[in-house]
Design a protein around this ligand. Structure first.
Ligand code: NDP
Length: 339
């Protein structure tokens, strides 16, 4: 196939909040497809908070993106040409092709999707890495029991929305924390959480105490900072804290000093950091439990879709400005399964 492949590269490392100037676009020619290879066109690109970490060269659990390299990211794509017997033109695949219109590889990194089973974009959200994060963190680390109270921050987002609905499915009280009245309304009225606290307008500790009359047994922590500090003051005896993310701290340029750990001690609470990519063995259990719940609309999801590869930097920055409402996805090219 002839033509050009547009790519978005990491041009410089951000100090504080990322800006558009940290990225640069290039058009490169598409190379002929070699024997054994699969060429695909990106339909959807996922943008996720962890990408802020990959833009930085600070020590972390994964290597940074090198300056001048294509930004990384999960993708859903259509195979346009295959010289690999395992794939055919027209197949829809999930992969990790990054911020570009086309990608080529031997196909070992691809997972075929069935467009009849679920909209293919869900492979980036509710049935992809974020949904799996919710499953591993809540079920394996949080170990919820019916009647317990589960609090989750960034509650309307890709991970948080699944955490609260899974908690409800396990018979727990689910309380969200989110950053606007509209998001709180959505979390309670659409997703079926029992309550939602607005961390921008509510006095957090009394609001959490009111929403959690039996205190908090599981805090699924997505935000860190002041939100975590408030939650720690309402912990129950024996509480568990799956420490999933600290999005309020990702752009910090200096250490603000952490919340007091006293509550962890006096409540004999457990806090455990986890990275979803260490738990790939739980993928079949996750799909087995969550895919039917999504199909039956017992787990609802919301996607925030923005058009065009060039919009990816704006979409990523928006995650740290609370501009997204639901799983943030960039539509790089038309979705043929919706035609
Ligand atoms: P979301 O879809 O929830 O989008 C991010 C949301 O975070 C924003 O919409 C905003 O919601 C909230 N937010 C942004 N800035 C702040 C802030 N300063 N203070 C409080 N809230 C803020 O993202 P994801 O669901 O993809 O990710 C949620 C968390 O899970 C992140 O911390 C992410 O890093 C983590 N994560 C961890 C994984 C792991 O393996 N450990 C894997 C995947 C995700 P609002 O309007 O409510 O403020």
């Amino acid at each position: 196939m002839n033509g050009k492949n547009r790519r978005i590269l990491l041009k410089s490392r951000p100090v504080g909040m990322p800006t558009a100037a940290n990225f640069g676009a290039v058009d490169v020619p598409l190379l002929p497809v070699a024997d054994g290879d699969v060429l695909r066109r990106t339909i959807y690109l996922s943008v996720d908070p962890y990408m802020r970490g990959r833009m930085s060269d600070a020590d972390s659990y994964a290597a940074p993106v090198n300056l001048g390299d294509v930004m990384c990211g999960h993708t859903v794509s259509e195979v346009v040409e295959s010289r690999n017997p395992a794939f055919r033109a027209g197949d829809i695949v999930a992969g990790y092709d990054g911020w570009q219109q086309y990608a080529v590889s031997n196909g070992k990194d691809l997972r075929k999707l069935d467009p009849r089973a679920a909209p293919v974009s869900t492979a980036l959200g509710v049935l992809g890495m974020p949904g799996m994060t919710a499953f591993v963190g809540l079920i394996d680390i949080g170990q919820p029991r019916a009647g317990e109270t589960v609090v989750v921050s960034a509650a309307s987002g890709a991970v948080g929305s699944v955490v609260g609905q899974l908690a409800k499915a396990r018979g727990c009280r689910a309380v969200g924390i989110a950053g606007s009245a509209e998001k709180c309304r959505y979390v309670v009225e659409e997703l079926g959480f029992d309550a939602c606290v607005n961390y921008k307008t509510d006095d957090l500790v009394p609001a959490l105490q009111a929403a959690c009359p039996n205190r908090i047994d599981i805090d699924f922590e997505n935000v860190g900072g002041a939100v975590l500090a408030a939650v720690l003051r309402v912990l129950n005896r024996g509480a568990r804290i799956p420490l999933c993310g600290r999005i309020s701290e990702y752009n910090d340029t200096e250490d603000r000093g952490g919340p007091s750990l006293r509550s962890l001690l006096v409540n004999r609470a457990m806090i455990k950091g986890f990275i979803v990519s260490d738990h790939g063995d739980r993928m079949p259990a996750f799909i087995q439990e969550v895919a039917p719940l999504v199909r039956d609309r017992r787990i609802k999801y919301r996607e925030d879709v923005i058009d065009g590869l060039d919009a990816a930097p704006r979409a990523l920055i928006g995650l740290f400005e609370s501009r997204n409402f639901g799983k943030m996805i960039v539509r790089v090219s038309p979705d043929p399964t919706l035609a």
